[in-house]
Ligand binder design. Structure first.
Ligand SMILES: [Zn+2]
Length: 343
């Protein structure tokens, strides 16, 4: 092999299906936006913004950094910069990106401002950098069911072509998926595709609930599915893809290193997974780093890595012709990289 395997892994073309725009703000941008809106931050030292020791401090920082994103230009900047980071650090080609509407509407920001701003940033990034991006609105699990249903109605009222799906995040154990059947029903009736964070800090049976009761087509995380062989077998059988996140979950759940991460067992079991950065700047990572570290530390050979990359293409919510074109472009680019690196 010519050159370093980690740089090969960074340079592979990538699809990302599990990234929360609110967890992608550059620390320097947080400081600038806080200045623009006269918001006091606990620190204005750029390298101290994302310093935390506990999950509670983490959640506090998440709220604080997002309080600096207020007008349409701020939302546009947030979306543009994270796509730029994805391209620069990981050769990102296409992302389906989560946003959390009630995180913003609850602090008085109109839904139109949120969506129009994100769409502005996405379109500018595609124009300047060639990267494409769609949006998935996330239910915040600690919201009451009627707030979630109303959120779905509102995103559908302000629907832009970039909005393609509904997802669900935040603490899973206290608020199981069945709480949001109605929000998912409204989303499906409105033509949205469906996913959910699932079996991350909740039991394997949440996988079954998300598939059968909510109608999810793919799932996010899913590590606890491993605890029930019947659930694992069903997901393999049905071809359910899990959008998994090595770094963020290793940090949150204190898993000691990436070689013992449950994702390795999901791959061994034959489950369909693809790699993602989750909340990249919050966890000091990026999509390039997720591939570089997870695949290199596990000694995954190029053939297996190619399968992980291509699984991202297969699990994307693109139409068939678009997906076929992306499949061809990815295969050609990976072949070229294999030649360059002597693989
Ligand atoms: Zn997530």
């Amino acid at each position: 092999m010519v050159g370093d395997y980690r740089s090969y892994l960074r340079k592979l073309p990538k699809v990302e299906l599990h990234c929360h725009v609110e967890g992608t703000l550059r620390p320097a941008t947080v400081v600038e936006l806080a200045g623009k809106h006269s918001i006091r931050l606990p620190t204005t030292e750029v390298d101290q913004i994302y310093r935390y020791d506990t999950i509670y401090e983490f959640l506090e920082i998440y709220k604080t950094v997002n309080s600096t994103v207020i007008d349409r230009d701020d939302f546009a900047r947030m979306a543009y910069e994270t796509l730029e980071d994805g391209v620069r650090l990981g050769n990102l080609k296409y992302r389906e990106m989560f946003f959390n509407p009630t995180l913003h509407t609850a602090r008085g920001i109109p839904m139109a401002t949120v969506m129009d701003g994100l769409v502005d940033g996405i379109r500018a990034a595609e124009h300047d950098l060639g990267v494409r991006c769609a949006l998935i609105a996330d239910v915040y699990r600690q919201d009451p069911p009627e707030v979630a249903r109303r959120m779905v109605e509102e995103v559908l009222e302000h629907r832009r072509p970039e909005l393609i799906g509904l997802g669900m995040d935040a603490a899973e154990a206290p608020d199981p998926p069945e709480k949001f059947v109605e929000a998912y029903r409204v989303a499906k009736a409105g033509g949205l595709r469906l996913t959910s964070h699932c079996a991350e800090d909740g039991p394997a049976k949440n996988v079954t609930t998300c598939l059968d009761l909510l109608g999810c087509e793919r799932l996010d995380h899913g590590y606890h599915a491993l605890e029930d062989p019947a659930v694992v077998a069903r997901c393999i059988d049905q071809g359910v893809t899990f959008t998994v996140c090595p770094t963020s979950t290793a940090v949150v759940y204190g898993w000691p290193d990436l070689t013992t991460h449950p994702i390795t067992r999901m791959i061994e079991a034959g489950m369909s997974v693809m790699l993602n950065s989750d909340d990249p700047t919050m966890f000091h990572t990026d999509i390039g780093n997720e591939y570089a570290e997870f695949c290199a530390q596990n000694d995954y050979p190029p053939g297996l890595v190619r399968r992980l990359v291509m699984q991202g293409v297969e699990a994307a919510w693109l139409d068939d012709s678009d997906k076929a074109a992306m499949r061809r472009a990815f295969e050609a680019e990976i072949d070229e990289l294999d030649r360059e690196f002597g693989i």
